[in-house]
Write a protein that binds this ligand. Structure first.
Ligand SMILES: Nc1ncnc2c1ncn2[C@@H]1O[C@H](COP(=O)(O)OP(=O)(O)O)[C@@H](O)[C@H]1O
Ligand SMILES: [Mg+2]
Length: 364
């Protein structure tokens, strides 16, 4: 399997910069996801790797081969890049059998029948669909259809698989199931994968690393836990999950440096200890990220990093959990607590944050 390397890659359309100076290395066998809101440049980036879109700056390499570099007039055609592609719009064809769906890319290239048969069978075996070769495509479940689409992408034994929102047409349950299935297939085959989605849950569940993009630029690259727990900016913090962001001032810095650093912070009517990996100074304003699932209500625990009070203004039972909204001196906060937590609208509650759960970022 090959690595994919993007160096200072840009794409402009007229005066508009859709992808701005992107640097990214996808290691061989790695699953990397481009995540960001609609219009942030995910598809354009993927299409440049595929060769479907020309780059206007920088260099893209697949394995040891430079496939795009405008400064040297290099732009390899898509079919010379050893890639497999699965796009949302590349659904499988309902009027064909499974075999013909997978054989199609080989047939249009007029490969000999014996080679077609052998390659299709191998691709179907990879996704454990060889028994379904003669089925009409509509007789398959959504998950099976997805596997056929992947088999078709794999029929040329690509070095790299590119997927653009391949699950976004499906309902939530199927999306989760097929995402999990695809992830285990990708791990088993060890195929280098660049995946695009605007769905943060999907990105976190599937990826080795996530690239958070906004406005054509990369905001942060990291493992899902890193992106979620240690965002480098307010923009990344607020893009993942639905966090509470509290205004506070740094009042002290823990004497012995640790990773991440710990600070005492003072907010409006509350104080606590927050972690962070930026070099904050005393007196500096910060935004403190408090995840709804890390906030608890009830008695004060001796090891709590922050405590304050609030009034319950909304309480919604959701089966496994309960969503609460509390009015506090630091503004309205939302909580995700165990469903059986006793909390009625109007109750005054003591609030605490789980130890080391508060995370400080620079405002903005
Ligand atoms: N062919 C094009 N001509 C002009 N603008 C484009 C073209 N393709 C994409 N764009 C613009 O580039 C930006 C990024 O688009 P895209 O990569 O499709 O975003 P995403 O996939 O993240 O939703 C958008 O503002 C889009 O309108
Ligand atoms: Mg897109």
């Amino acid at each position: 399997m090959a690595e994919v390397l993007l160096e200072n890659v840009s794409r402009t359309f007229g005066g508009f910069t859709a992808v701005d100076d992107v640097d990214l290395r996808v290691a061989a066998g790695e699953f990397v996801t481009l995540l960001g809101p609609s219009g942030c440049g995910k598809t354009t980036t993927l299409r440049m790797v595929a060769g479907l879109e020309e780059t206007t700056g920088g260099r893209i390499s697949i394995g040891r081969r430079v496939v795009s570099e405008p400064a040297r007039n290099i732009h390899l055609a898509p079919d010379r890049r050893q890639l497999g592609m699965v796009f949302q719009s590349y659904a499988i064809w309902p009027h064909m059998r499974v075999f013909d769906n997978v054989a199609y890319p080989l047939q249009v290239r007029r490969r000999p029948a014996a080679e077609i048969r052998e390659r299709v069978e191998r691709a179907l075996r990879l996704v454990e669909m060889e028994r379904f070769a003669d089925r009409p495509a509509p007789a398959l479940s959504g998950g099976q259809q997805q596997r056929v689409a992947i088999a078709r992408a794999m029929v040329f034994e690509p070095e790299v698989l590119l997927l653009d929102e391949p699950l976004s047409n499906l309902d939530a349950r199927l999306r989760t199931q097929m995402g999990d299935e695809f992830r285990s297939l990708q791990k088993r085959l060890g195929i280098t994968t660049l995946y695009v989605t605007h769905d943060q849950d999907e990105a976190m569940a599937l990826s080795d690393r996530i690239v958070v993009m906004r406005g054509g630029r990369i905001l942060q690259i990291g493992a899902p836990t890193e992106i979620y727990q240690r965002p480098n900016s307010e923009a990344v913090a607020s893009f993942l999950g639905a966090p509470n962001l509290l205004d506070a001032t740094v009042t002290g810095i823990e004497a012995t440096p640790s990773d991440p650093s710990r600070f005492t912070v003072q907010g409006d009517g509350w104080q606590g200890v927050a972690c962070g990996n930026q070099p904050f100074a005393c007196g500096q304003s910060v935004r403190v990220l408090a995840r709804p699932e890390d906030l608890r209500i009830g008695p004060i625990a001796s090891d709590a990093d922050a405590t304050w009070r609030g009034e319950v203004i909304a309480s919604v039972f959701r089966g496994a959990r309960r969503s609460l909204r509390l009015r506090t001196s630091a503004g309205e906060l939302h909580f995700e607590v165990p469903a059986l937590t006793e909390a009625r609208v109007g109750d005054m509650m003591q609030i605490e944050a789980a130890r080391s759960s508060l995370w400080a970022v620079a405002p903005g």
